[in-house]
Ligand binder design. Structure first.
Ligand code: NDP
Ligand code: PYC
Length: 337
């Protein structure tokens, strides 16, 4: 059986739960916003499904729900967001305006995020920057879940990379993809729902291909596209945690308490101002040119732009609400007692 909630109820449920467990209003609101945005866009593996994980880690003190992020310029085009052992969303919100300001003055700028716990969909970050007229990249790692090409043991996180491109008068073009064949959350949802996973997503503890989600979670996930996805996963480790000097996936895994909450890891955001990539331009011509590419793409039957599914859901859910399993709703409410 499912429970139907409005988007306001989703946000309120998340805020109340996190504050009950000791999070400050600022931290609770920032996390609740990303959870509600994921439900609004029907990204079920990173919506309310993640609230129990956030909650356990908060309750057992592994994450500081009262952390106050520190934002510091490290170079003319590098601003560091230090979450101070708290949730990523508040620190990302706190650093965004400075990152955008640097990108506008320098053409390109970077924001490493450190001492943070990230458990969300990555598109949220690049979409926010693209809404400000900037081209954006984001890279985040987690703990070891994915085997390297040719290997059988988890080493990389599921390591998504997201990209945002501003569009005039429309929501940005965004893609956001794990470097594994599937997000770990998808396998967890298959397990919860008693469904097998597709072939090619994972191997079991003995290195054998499996469609059993429990065996997959105990074994290793596979990179998408073989060695090509593994190279992207490696790059994401280096960008998200190598450069900012945070935890690689195996270091985060060594600290895993098994509480089901987010790993401590790093993230890197890059922002570029299209106006700074041509002499004397305002960036508008680059955006117009890109529209021609999008039109050609969409001119082929069977195509769509990445993010179009999310934007379609975004039009629907404010009216229809969202549905979550009764058990998940009960599990969340149990944290508020
Ligand atoms: P998907 O494979 O579902 O989607 C990847 C991208 O491809 C999306 O941008 C999607 O757009 C786009 N896409 C899908 N189908 C098409 C199509 N037919 N034509 C054009 N574009 C298409 O995502 P993943 O399973 O890889 O990741 C799911 C989520 O998990 C992500 O949000 C990711 O950030 C999150 N995640 C978070 C991690 C973390 O450490 N915080 C770790 C790993 C994953 P659309 O959304 O519109 O369908
Ligand atoms: O779904 O792979 C995943 C994931 C890892 C950390 C947060 N989400």
């Amino acid at each position: 059986m499912d429970v139907r909630l409005s988007l306001d109820e989703v946000r309120d449920l998340a805020t109340r739960t996190l504050m009950h467990l000791g999070a400050s209003k600022g931290n609770a609101d920032a996390v609740a916003d990303v959870i509600a945005a994921a439900e609004r866009d029907e990204c079920k593996s990173h919506g309310l499904f993640r609230l129990p994980g956030y909650s356990v880690a908060l309750r057992n003190g592994r994450i500081d729900g009262k952390a106050v992020p520190v934002i510091a310029d490290l170079a003319p085009a590098v601003v560091q967001a230090d979450a101070q052992g708290g949730f990523a969303p508040l620190a990302l919100n706190a650093g965004r305006a400075r990152l955008a300001e640097m990108a506008r003055s320098q053409g390109i700028a970077a924001m490493p995020l450190v001492n943070a716990y990230h458990f969300a969909a990555l598109w949220y970050e690049v979409e926010a920057l693209a809404e400000l007229g900037l081209v954006a990249f984001a890279f985040v790692n987690s703990r070891s879940y994915v085997a390297p090409a040719g290997g059988t043991k988890p080493l990389f996180g599921t390591n998504p990379m997201a990209f945002g491109w501003p569009r005039k008068g429309r929501p940005p073009l965004v893609f956001d993809q794990a470097s594994s064949a599937s997000a770990r959350g998808e396998i967890m949802i298959h397990k919860r729902d008693g469904k097998p996973i597709p072939e090619g997503w994972a191997i079991d503890r003995d290195g054998k291909p499996t469609t059993d989600p429990a065996a997959a979670l105990a074994g290793a996930q596979l990179p998408f596209g073989g060695y090509k996805g593994a190279a992207i996963a490696l790059m994401v480790e280096l960008m998200a945690s190598g450069l900012p000097q945070s935890h690689f996936g195996y270091e985060a895994a060594a600290e895993d308490t098994g509480d089901g909450g987010p790993a401590k890891g790093g993230e890197l955001l890059l922002a570029m101002d299209p106006a700074r990539f041509v002499p004397g331009g305002d960036g508008g011509a680059a955006l117009d040119h890109a529209e021609q590419l999008f039109a050609r793409l969409l001119g082929q039957d069977g195509t769509r732009l990445p993010s179009d599914r999310r934007y379609a859901a975004r039009r629907r859910t404010p009216v229809e609400g969202i549905r979550i399993p009764q058990q998940l709703h009960d599990d969340i409410l149990a944290f508020t007692k």
